[in-house]
Design a protein around this ligand. Structure first.
Ligand SMILES: N[C@@H](CCC(=O)N[C@@H](CS)C(=O)NCC(=O)O)C(=O)O
Length: 212
């Protein structure tokens, strides 16, 4: 059955891989699944056809026959549960990998989004200079324990899993700010993720749409 995902017709990041379709593409590549992409404009995202796929009018979405999904965590989990390569076979290890997926989107991503919003979209506000350091510290409050838990390991819990895919995808959005480099083991962790052939294919595919 053909898998179709949605992505920005023109991503605001110009192809840096920060739009969230990249993490879905990465999961599909890890699982060795071919897919097609439906590109949507900002206007089309808020129109009925897309709202039927995504109630909040966002990307990415995932279609496979009659199944339509939104939310990258749910999409990546669906892919990981139905195809080899993204979750361990051992039941407990599988549950822990899923916990890391939730930690990525529920605990680590929110302060990063808040920080990116403050940095990119609120920089002209009169209160921006006072607020940004507070928001940056909230990101550090999450990265410190994450860095401590990762330690010298390559991945968060044994072999690479969907938990690492989600966590690295969330963290890499921080790179331009310099905060990631304050935690060398996390910077190396993200670089390890980006060095995976599946990530490189995912990155190249989104770049091909957004370059130029
Ligand atoms: N929690 C959602 C977030 C989706 C999201 O924020 N998508 C962004 C692109 S990366 C988007 O569509 N932004 C445009 C908008 O919200 O109108 C997920 O992980 O799928």
């Amino acid at each position: 059955m053909t898998i179709i995902i949605t992505a920005f017709e023109k991503s605001p990041d110009g192809g840096k891989g920060l739009a969230r379709d990249t993490r879905v593409r990465w999961a599909l590549e890890e699982a060795g699944l071919p897919y097609e992409v439906r590109l949507v404009s900002f206007r089309a995202m808020k129109e009925p056809a897309h709202l039927a796929r995504h109630p909040f009018g966002q990307i990415p979405t995932y279609e496979e026959g009659d199944l339509v999904l939104f939310e990258t965590g749910a999409i990546v989990l669906h892919i990981a549960q139905h195809h080899a390569g993204l979750l361990p076979n051992d039941a407990d290890a599988r549950a822990r990998a899923i916990a890391w997926m939730f930690a990525a989107v529920n605990t680590v991503e929110p302060p990063i989004l808040e920080f990116m919003t403050a940095r990119l979209f609120e920089a002209d506000k009169p209160w921006a200079a006072a607020r940004l350091p507070l928001v940056a510290d909230r990101v550090r409050d999450r990265l410190k324990p994450l860095s401590a838990r990762l330690g010298n390991a390559d991945w968060l819990d044994g072999a690479f899993s969907a938990g690492d895919l989600m966590m690295a995808s969330v963290l890499l959005r921080l790179r331009a700010s310099g905060i990631l480099d304050e935690f060398p083991n996390l910077a190396a962790y993200v670089a390890r993720g980006e060095a995976r052939p599946a990530y490189k294919r995912a990155f190249a595919a989104q770049l091909a749409i957004n370059a130029g």
